[in-house]
Ligand binder design. Structure first.
Ligand code: OSB
Ligand code: MG
Length: 369
């Protein structure tokens, strides 16, 4: 049992250490909503991964702040819950907006785990004490820059390199990276930039021994992905278009992909993420933990979720120091030789750097029943 006494809603802006270009745009900073749920002497932390503009999926920060203030937080404040699934159920009547709902659900998991004094991963059913990680590398200026940035991350020990691609910039960077590094685990991510009419161009990637091609087609599509998968040798990996265990079941049974990029926030929280994990396992499909350029709060959640057994491929949860000069948490989250240690304190195992957060926060609100 735990009670949700109060909530803090924070918004911080962090400059990124690198320019991150994807098929949908360029990011040089990250605007990050944080939620702190206060219980009996413990706090639960979560991070929103929706963005300022609806470029990845449809959710936005403004929409999430509105829903948290006016709809979701009023449903949980001042109430006692048996477990985090009961918090999920309290928001279960609402449609969509899973990243916003996930903030409440994930903070509840952290609060509950801290109440019990157990690491979150253990409560989720995970056993690993470190998880394999790769990196997601943005679109570079040319082939030489691509090879150079791949080299740097291979040397750091990352276990998989993912290159962002878009129409007109796909075979070129992949060929350059593959020729320079014949043996690395290499993947690409198109963030929904192609259509079925491009299947010839995507089939040209078959010769590069990619572990998968991530989300080539529309963000809300499963049917065209199934048709594309029939035309390719390379497995497809679904990201944007899986927001629930039901989507995972439909996608895998249609043959829309053979791998799932599992982002806990995209599917509405840890309970649903575990269901997606289990559905994929039943289909014999591996999952891996995606990222949304999270601060230490979201990153720690991701690492704990990744301790479940069917996270069989390296995740995007690379070292926090790649992203930021200063993180919002006190504890370092650093991979060594491509292995990220699972923070071993209670809950997600990291704590807010309150002094830094107060300095960079653009919004600080307290909500009570
Ligand atoms: O598609 O996985 C994606 C970042 C923002 C939005 C979507 C995606 C990504 C990444 C970055 O690939 C992964 C990370 O380093 O956190
Ligand atoms: Mg992706």
């Amino acid at each position: 049992m735990f009670r949700i006494e109060a909530a803090e809603l924070l918004l911080v802006r962090l400059p990124l250490n690198f320019r991150f270009e994807t098929s949908f745009g360029v990011q040089t900073e990250k605007l990050i909503p944080l939620l702190v749920l206060h219980g009996d002497g413990v706090q639960g932390l979560a991070e929103g991964t929706m963005e300022f503009a609806p470029m990845y999926r449809e959710e936005t920060i403004a929409g999430a702040l509105h829903l948290l203030r006016e709809v979701f937080l009023p449903r949980v404040l001042g109430r006692t819950f048996a477990n985090p699934e009961a918090v999920e159920a309290a928001l279960g009547t609402f449609r969509g907006n899973r990243m916003a709902r996930a903030m409440v659900e994930m903070a509840a998991w952290d609060l509950w785990a801290r109440t019990l004094g157990a690491p979150l991963g253990t409560l989720l059913g995970g056993h690993k004490t470190e998880v394999e990680v790769g990196v997601s590398l943005g679109i570079q200026a040319d082939e030489a820059a691509t090879v150079e940035v791949v080299r740097r991350h291979v040397e750091q020990g990352y276990r998989r390199i993912k290159l962002k691609i878009k129409p007109g910039w796909d075979v070129q960077p992949v060929r350059a990276a593959r020729e320079a590094f014949p043996d690395i685990r290499l993947t690409v991510d198109a963030n929904s930039a192609y259509t079925l009419a491009d299947s010839g161009r995507l089939a040209a990637l078959d010769e590069f021994d990619l572990t998968y091609i991530e989300q080539p087609l529309a963000w809300d599509d499963l049917v065209d992905h199934a048709e594309l998968q029939r035309r390719l040798r390379t497995p497809l990996c679904l990201d944007e278009s899986v927001t629930s265990a039901a989507d995972a079941r439909k996608g895998l049974s249609l043959g829309a992909g053979r791998v799932i990029n599992l982002k806990v926030s995209r599917v509405g929280g840890h309970a649903e993420a575990r269901r997606v994990h289990d559905v994929a396992q039943a289909f014999g499909a591996p999952v891996w933990c995606g990222g949304m350029l999270e601060s230490g709060v979201g990153r720690a959640h991701n690492v704990h979720l990744s301790t479940l057994p069917n996270f069989a491929l390296p995740g995007d949860t690379s070292s926090a120091s790649r992203y930021w000069e200063t993180d919002v948490v006190n504890e370092p989250l650093e991979a060594v030789n491509g292995l990220m240690p699972v923070p071993q304190g209670p809950g997600i195992g990291v704590t807010l750097n309150r002094e830094f957060v107060a300095r960079v926060a653009e919004l600080e609100e307290e909500h009570r029943a």
